[in-house]
Design a protein around this ligand. Structure first.
Ligand code: ATP
Length: 300
């Protein structure tokens, strides 16, 4: 096989509850991931060494050196297999970079699936999940897709059945936000308020909304403990979220650590109308309709 193509989705967190800061610098999370139909494509081609190139709208913001998560994933896979392998990784980027939609994790997951196939390793999914967990807390979910609850640092995953398709609009912002800086701002705000930080708990009503496919209830119960921090760092996001609500979004939330704004729509037609309203009124400079849940990293 000389070339393998994998398609891998972005995620939005429909619940992101952040526990108190741990001694190791991490937070315990209850993180409900939902994979949506904005995809990066990772092509792995036969080569002597492991290299990466990136094209697409966000490509200028992605490093092509050894810090690229797809390269790190391919190296980790080769190490796991105990041999030296090469691959030219070609990423077509549609997922916003540093947007809170796990784009780097998606590329890492895509590289794992693509190189496993290209190199004929035939490693089972469980092995790929283990390597993914070492690469970053969002990478296992990018492999899995669908809707799932992550606990611990987000890396212990349980799949959640959902009762239908949900329709979304995503408004990527100009420029990204670093996940670490958003967590630091969240800790700073909590220190300043002095309030006791509760232990993160799964929202039962949100679970029920996902299970029954009730978009109205899901919209009313979206939650993100990082949102206040993201809005503090990027105050211009608040009017974008308000505009979505005014145009009938069932829920409006910052996606993960932001700055992408996510809006839950009633159906596919409403999602298209909402995306158009957000851009024509200038509330967002770009807005994309998408649906979820969708499969994780998939060979095409
Ligand atoms: P998350 O939602 O998982 O917190 P994010 O979507 O906010 O992540 P990413 O798009 O994953 O952020 O990018 C985070 C940083 O990782 C970027 O600033 C970029 O420099 C770096 N990076 C490394 N490899 C990649 C990649 N393949 N695609 C995107 N960013 C990458």
């Amino acid at each position: 096989m000389s070339s393998v193509t994998v398609r891998v989705p972005a995620k939005v967190n429909v619940q992101l509850s952040v526990g108190p800061l741990r001694e190791d610098g991490y937070h315990d999370l209850v993180n409900v991931f939902h994979a949506v139909s904005i995809f990066d494509e990772v092509v792995a081609k036969e080569s002597e060494s492991i290299t990466v190139s990136v094209s697409g709208k966000w490509s200028d913001q992605v490093p092509v050196d050894d810090t690229n998560l797809a390269i790190r994933a391919a190296r980790a896979l080769a190490k796991h297999a105990g041999r030296t392998y090469g691959a030219d990784l070609v990423i077509q980027k549609d997922i916003p970079v540093a947007g809170g939609m796990a784009g780097g994790s998606a590329d890492a997951a895509g590289a794992l699936v693509a190189c496993n196939e290209l190199w004929g390793l035939g490693l089972p999914f469980e092995d790929l999940m283990e390597i993914a967990g070492d690469l970053g807390s969002d990478v296992p979910f990018s492999l899995l897709g669908g809707t799932a609850v992550g606990t611990g640092r987000g890396e212990r995953l349980s799949e959640l059945p959902t009762g239908g398709t949900f329709h979304w609009v995503f408004a990527p912002a100009n420029g990204g936000l670093s996940t670490a800086s958003v967590y630091a701002e969240c800790d700073r705000l909590r220190d300043a308020s002095g309030a006791q930080v509760p232990w993160p708990q799964l929202d039962d009503t949100l679970m029920e909304a996902l299970g029954t496919g009730d978009a109205y209830s899901l919209g009313a119960h979206l939650s993100n403990d990082l949102q206040a921090a993201a809005l503090n760092l990027r105050p211009e996001l608040a009017p974008t979220l308000d505009a979505g609500r005014q145009h009938g979004a069932l829920g409006a939330i910052v996606s993960g650590s932001g700055p992408t704004c996510a809006f839950l729509a009633i159906d596919a037609t409403h999602a298209r109308d909402l995306a158009l309203s957000l851009t024509t009124t200038g509330a967002a400079h770009t807005a994309v309709a998408a649906h979820g849940p969708v499969h994780g990293a998939t060979l095409v």
